[in-house]
Design a protein around this ligand. Structure first.
Ligand SMILES: Nc1ncnc2c1ncn2[C@@H]1O[C@H](COP(=O)(O)OP(=O)(O)OP(=O)(O)O)[C@@H](O)[C@H]1O
Ligand SMILES: [Mg+2]
Ligand SMILES: [Zn+2]
Ligand SMILES: [Zn+2]
Length: 685
């Protein structure tokens, strides 16, 4: 007894909350046909067709306008992390997604695209499945929201009044009304509402429902009202792929094992005995993928691997919105058909005859790889971030370098001789480079039409990142060189990189990003070494003192000896050279600087070297030069480190860890690495 009471408490605690209970009741609403009509009259949108529903779902999340030169781009927020779980976002691809949404929009107005198969086409791993999955998952959630409610109905059993049979295709309840009166009625109701598109409930009932309709209507001598009251029950439906309601997926298997019943349903042999005939709709399972996906979306994976016989089914399904189950007449369907195929597959079939018919009835949307570094980065950051990888460290710039390489492999060589591929990448990423106008960037994009349809896929990068990650022991750190090796050695077994030439070019690009990486870390180490603000300020003050003496033709007092000396030309030049100020301009520069500092002083302000990035960088570099030897980075290579040096190195390391997010391991690694780079440089000198 006591246990029971406790159990009840638990259930109450979970489901007993008032709003929870109401939510639950709303989700599983059931009522009479008349109840349903009341709901419909208030909100005719519940009877939208699948295209209208999917389009509205996308629009519900809102849009964002991005200005990109001449063409303004609309970003549909639905595609960027719609369910706020960080898992489902599509990064970039604004233009193809615009094409997709426009197709849905025009289909929801019945402008013709509703008669097409939407075909996502692109290289392997370009997010085609991701986009399709988003639509499916989105629709599941949408059907649970108040904006996306929809309904279907059941028939009472002929013998047992307590048994109800749901329409196997979850059809819209209004479909029970005879076509003519249905048309008049919906027209009359919808005209009272402001709707963006026309809502029409088209077509006949499915064979299963037709059977019940015909049986009952004759039993009631044509009294539709009475039949609807007694024999029909309406209920809310929740679209769900798992429950096979409104969401379907079809994947081609080998030809012999597949027949059309998977798409349009099959005879239920057990029930033939009960109903006596194989053409009795009660002895048929209308559970093919097309049947169950009614009202929602059906996805065709690798659509071009489909057997030709299926393809024709598919074409009529999209063109005429009907399917033909075995033994039964044509049956209307209302669903968005979306397929995908990758580039190699598509090319293989391009010369094929039946492709002609197919191409004619599809709306092909190219889904290329990302060409914008920032977007590519986000794909990997989603899985390789400190929140997810707790016991291992991912070295700074690792993801950036991998993404950079991936994007580089996709870019076409710029035809302009003065732009490198890496510069092109940076331009595409929104960076401005001196002397290169927006016009030039536009030209670059224009001259490379197929860009993004070839190159390294995100999946390859993801795989290699995971490989690198598992190879590292707990509390270890994945460094960039290791990943670069992983990326390189993988190329030899990459099934999609077949030509030696391509392989060679990909490897060359790896070497290129390696150089880029070396520059980045060299820079960071330099900055960490001279991040000593006091020392920089001292250096700057010193410099200004000498410049002041120089411009006013005076001498300067040596602090140690107390003697008057000429301003130190070497000191001044060593800083100015780092700002690319030629000897011929030095007088002007020094005078301008003094005037500027003077003008500020008049206003009671002080000049801050940090306000001038070039000057700051020059000071840092000078300081680095002065300190490099005292820190003796080279001792890191020889392994002989005295205490004093170790202390200095530790300070630098701490800065790397604090300011640049290194861990102890990778900070040590890049310090040795940079030391060796400098050692090489010294040796060259
Ligand atoms: N633009 C992108 N935004 C977000 N993730 C992406 C993007 N491009 C690729 N990905 C990621 O890359 C992986 C492969 O994507 P997906 O499976 O959708 O590709 P696909 O185009 O269906 O590939 P295939 O042609 O091999 O079927 C997934 O992990 C996906 O999240
Ligand atoms: Mg796929
Ligand atoms: Zn039905
Ligand atoms: Zn690390």
């Amino acid at each position: 007894m006591k246990g029971e009471a406790q159990n009840e408490g638990i259930l109450e605690r979970i489901f007993g909350l008032k709003d929870q209970r109401q939510k639950f009741l709303d989700l599983y609403w059931e009522g009479t046909f008349e109840d349903y009509l009341k709901i419909f009259e208030e909100n005719p949108k519940i009877a939208r067709n699948a295209f209208q529903r999917v389009y509205d779902m996308i629009m519900l999340y809102g849009i964002e306008k991005i200005d990109e030169g001449d063409d303004s781009i609309i970003k549909y927020k639905f595609f960027s992390d719609p369910f706020e779980d960080g898992k489902n976002a599509v990064f970039g691809l604004e233009k193809p997604l615009m094409t997709l949404v426009n197709a849905l929009k025009s289909a929801s107005h019945s402008y013709g695209t509703e008669k097409r198969i939407i075909l996502l086409h692109g290289p392997v791993g370009s997010a085609k499945s991701t986009v399709a999955k988003l639509l499916k998952t989105g629709l599941e959630l949408y059907s649970r929201s108040k904006e996306g409610v929809l309904y279907s109905f059941s028939w009472q059993d002929e013998k047992d009044p307590n048994v109800w049979h749901s329409c196997p295709m979850h059809e819209e309840p209004l479909k029970i009304l005879p076509i003519e009166s249905r048309k008049d009625y919906t027209k009359q109701i919808t005209s009272k509402h402001q709707l963006e598109y026309r809502i029409e409930v088209e077509g006949n009932l499915c064979p299963f429902c037709r059977y019940y309709f015909n049986t009952y209507i004759s039993k009631y001598n044509g009294d539709l009202t009475k039949m609807l009251r007694d024999k029909v029950k309406v209920r809310r439906i929740l679209l769900s792929e798992k429950d096979r309601i409104g969401i379907g997926t079809f994947q081609p298997k080998d030809e012999k094992n597949q027949d059309s019943t998977e798409l349009t349903g099959d005879i239920n042999y057990r029930k033939i005995a009960e109903f006596g005939s194989d053409s009795d709709p009660r002895a048929f399972n209308f559970d093919g993928e097309f049947n169950i996906a009614n009202r929602g979306v059906i996805e065709f994976i690798e659509i071009l691997k489909l057997d030709v016989a299926f393809l024709y089914d598919l074409l009529t399904a999209s063109q005429e919105h009907v399917i033909k189950p075995k033994k039964f007449s044509h049956t209307e369907i209302d669903e968005v058909i979306i397929g995908h195929t990758n580039e190699p597959e598509y090319r293989k079939l391009q010369s094929n005859d039946y492709m002609e018919a197919f191409r004619d009835r599809t709306l092909k949307i190219d889904i290329p790889y990302n060409l914008r570094l920032d977007n590519e980065l986000k794909i990997y950051e989603r899985d390789f971030n400190p929140k997810k990888i707790k016991s291992k460290h991912v070295a700074p710039h690792l993801i950036e370098i991998a993404s950079m390489w991936a994007v580089l492999t996709r870019l076409e060589g710029p035809k302009k001789a003065n732009i490198t591929l890496l510069q092109k990448l940076k331009l595409y990423n929104g960076k401005s480079l001196p002397g290169i106008t927006e016009e030039v960037v536009k030209e670059l994009k224009k001259e490379a039409q197929r860009e993004g349809m070839e190159g390294i896929s995100p999946r390859y990068i993801q795989d290699k990142l995971s490989n690198a990650l598992v190879k590292i022991e707990e509390n270890g750190c994945i460094n960039v060189f290791m990943l670069l090796n992983e990326l390189e050695s993988g190329l030899d077994h990459h099934s999609l990189v077949t030509s030696d030439e391509q392989k060679r070019s990909f490897k060359e690009l790896l070497a290129e990003v390696k150089v880029e990486y070396e520059n980045i870390v060299k820079n960071e180490v330099q900055r960490a070494i001279c991040a000593d603000e006091e020392a920089i300020t001292r250096l700057f003050t010193n410099y200004v003192e000498h410049v002041k003496a120089y411009t006013t033709n005076r001498k300067i007092k040596n602090k140690l000896t107390g003697e008057d000396e000429e301003p130190d030309e070497r000191l001044m030049r060593s800083i100015e050279e780092k700002m690319d100020i030629p000897d011929s301009r030095k007088d002007d520069f020094r005078r301008e600087l003094m005037n500027y500092i003077g003008a500020l002083a008049v206003e009671g302000k002080k000049f801050d070297y940090k306000s001038n990035e070039r000057l700051q960088r020059a000071l840092e570099l000078k300081l680095f030069e002065d300190q490099k030897d005292t820190i003796k980075l080279s001792s890191l290579i020889s392994g002989v480190v005295d205490d004093e040096t170790q202390e200095k190195i530790d300070i630098v390391k701490t800065r790397l860890i604090k300011q640049y997010k290194y861990c102890d391991i990778c900070a040590t690694e890049i310090l040795s690495f940079v030391a060796s780079v400098f050692a090489r440089g010294e040796a060259k000198k």
